[in-house]
Design a binder for this molecule. Structure first.
Ligand SMILES: C[S@@+](CC[C@H](N)C(=O)[O-])C[C@H]1O[C@@H](n2cnc3c(N)ncnc32)[C@H](O)[C@@H]1O
Length: 508
């Protein structure tokens, strides 16, 4: 721990020397640390671990950190190394991100002789992004779409690694540095830590600037909170704007997002001062964690690019299976048909279902009502809500575990972690059953009969973290569906009660 503290201190000193500063003044005094005037490094156990805290009260919009261009790690800056640059130029088919990944591994291989050594030592040793999940954790996601996304992330990483091997061999990288494990580490470093810069789509690594943890943007702006009849069409546009570079969300090109609405105020590269500048997005009290928005992400996207998720994510979505005819009978893109994190079906999902559940010969006549978001009839609305309830119930019933069981499992995972920390996992193996028991036997190699523990806690801990993320993710998904059932049932009851009283009024 002391070593970690020493290494951090050296890093902050190095950062100060290369011009990184949190001073509110444009001409900061020479200091032994780049922090202390606006920010300080702190630990936030439930919101990102290591992060940056306000060193004093900060006002919204204040400049809180400046990182000069010369301190940004980019392909360009790393390729000042001639050997690297000559080798890279012989492989023009590699993508900018593949090249940046090789550059990072090459720089790591220099160890203490690297100019970036103090920074490289601060990078995490492992990540929990989707591509890093093993088979057990991937299966623990339970939802087919999520399992598919994890498998795709791994196979994509494997393909880009295979393509880059010839370059890494040419650079004489040791087998450990050009292994798939090393590649996953470097790719996850780039995916979770690079910032957007205008001159290179691979982005840049920004020492100190990459210590800000994440907060979701625009809770109010993005959560349409759509009322029953007049929905906000913004929910069927793919809202995606990011200063962080890991954002690969595809934009719905039919209906371009009003980027100004979602423009993030946290910071960006500023040409006039040749520096990455970060601003306080709101007022902060001394000691509070200062957060950045990396962009708009669902929990699955956060897992994919950053290896974490939020328990309360205003941008989370759940997709449910719908008949192919629902897609073909409307012009909304597939990814706009989802359920909001608060359980409300999206504008597009509701509208598409209204159309699909209208007899075919009447669809043309109601098209204008559908696209304006209006209800067609009380009967149609009841059928739409009923179909949604039935589908959500069927999806929930199909899972191997219920919401309650998943909640219990999260508690068991916490217990496993505690027992593992105190070295008592082997003794308590028999007290666990089902998925927890399977995890201990398959992932931690704890054999029930011989009671032999084969993996050290450091490795077990990594598996636990990833498995817990997968279980938390599926629990969030299931809760969205359960909330959707409640929401739609309330609507049906409202319709029934209004209709009932209308009928009573008519017969009186
Ligand atoms: C840019 S780094 C932020 C600094 C990082 N905590 C560190 O110690 O280097 C992004 C990573 O921090 C973690 N992180 C950021 N925000 C988080 C949050 N709100 N909750 C949990 N983890 C978070 C994730 O591991 C993510 O990949």
């Amino acid at each position: 721990m002391e070593e970690e503290g020493e290494s951090l201190e050296k890093f902050l000193k190095w950062a100060s020397k290369i011009g990184i500063s949190d001073s509110p003044s444009n001409h900061p005094l020479e200091s032994s640390s780049c922090l202390g005037q606006s920010l300080c490094v702190s630990f936030f156990p439930v919101s990102g671990g290591r992060g940056l805290a306000a060193a004093r009260d900060l006002r919204k919009g204040e400049l809180i950190l400046r990182v000069p261009k010369s301190a940004l790690m980019t392909r360009e800056s790393l390729m000042k190394d001639e050997k690297l640059s000559v080798a890279v130029n012989k492989h023009p088919s590699l993508s900018s991100t593949q090249i940046f990944t090789v550059c990072l591994l090459y720089e790591m291989s220099k160890r203490k002789s690297s100019w970036w050594y103090p920074y490289l030592m601060q990078l995490p040793q492992s990540y929990d992004t989707l591509a890093c999940l093993g088979h057990f954790e991937t299966e623990a996601l339970q939802v087919d779409d999520a399992i598919w996304a994890a498998e795709k992330a791994t196979s994509k990483a494997e393909c880009s690694w295979v393509e880059a091997i010839p370059l890494m061999k040419e650079l004489n990288l040791k087998s450990r540095t050009h292994s798939f494990r090393a590649w996953l580490w470097a790719s996850a470093t780039i995916s979770s830590r690079t910032l957007h810069i205008p001159w290179d789509d691979a982005g840049c690594l920004c020492p100190v600037g990459d210590l800000f943890n994440y907060d979701a943007p625009g809770e109010d702006a993005l959560d349409s909170g759509d009322s029953f009849v007049t929905d906000d069409p913004s929910d069927w546009r793919s809202a995606s704007s990011s200063l962080w570079n890991g954002d690969t969300t595809e934009q719905y090109d039919g209906e371009q997002l009003d980027v100004h609405l979602f423009r993030l105020t946290d910071g960006g590269y500023e040409e006039d001062v040749s520096a990455y500048c970060f601003y306080a997005r709101r007022n902060y009290q001394k000691g509070e964690q200062v957060l950045l928005s990396y962009g708009t992400y669902t929990n699955l996207e956060l897992l994919e690019h950053y290896g974490f998720l939020l328990d309360k994510n205003p941008n989370d979505k759940a997709f449910i299976p719908v008949e192919p005819e629902v897609y073909s009978s409307c012009s909304w893109p597939k990814d706009s048909l989802y359920i909001h994190q608060n359980g409300k079906p999206s504008f597009a999902l509701r509208s598409a279902l209204r159309l699909w559940l209208t007899p075919k010969n009447q669809r043309r006549a109601v098209g204008h009502l559908i696209y304006s978001g209006s209800q067609l009839s009380v009967e149609n609305e009841k059928i739409v809500m009923g179909w949604t309830v039935k589908t959500c119930k069927a999806v929930l019933k199909n899972f191997a575990t219920s919401i309650e069981e998943d909640k219990l499992l999260v508690r068991e995972i916490n217990k496993i972690e505690d027992f593992g920390r105190s070295g008592k996992l082997v003794n308590v193996l028999s007290t666990f059953e089902g998925e927890a028991r399977a995890f201990l036997e398959n992932r931690c190699m704890i054999n029930g009969e011989s009671g032999v523990k084969l993996l050290e806690f450091r490795v077990i801990r990594r598996h636990i973290d990833r498995w817990k993320l997968a279980v938390q993710w599926r629990l969030r998904y299931k809760r969205i569906l359960a909330d959707c059932i409640t929401f739609c049932t309330e609507i049906i009851n409202k319709i029934l009660s209004v209709n009932g009283s209308a009928m009573r009024t008519n017969t009186q």
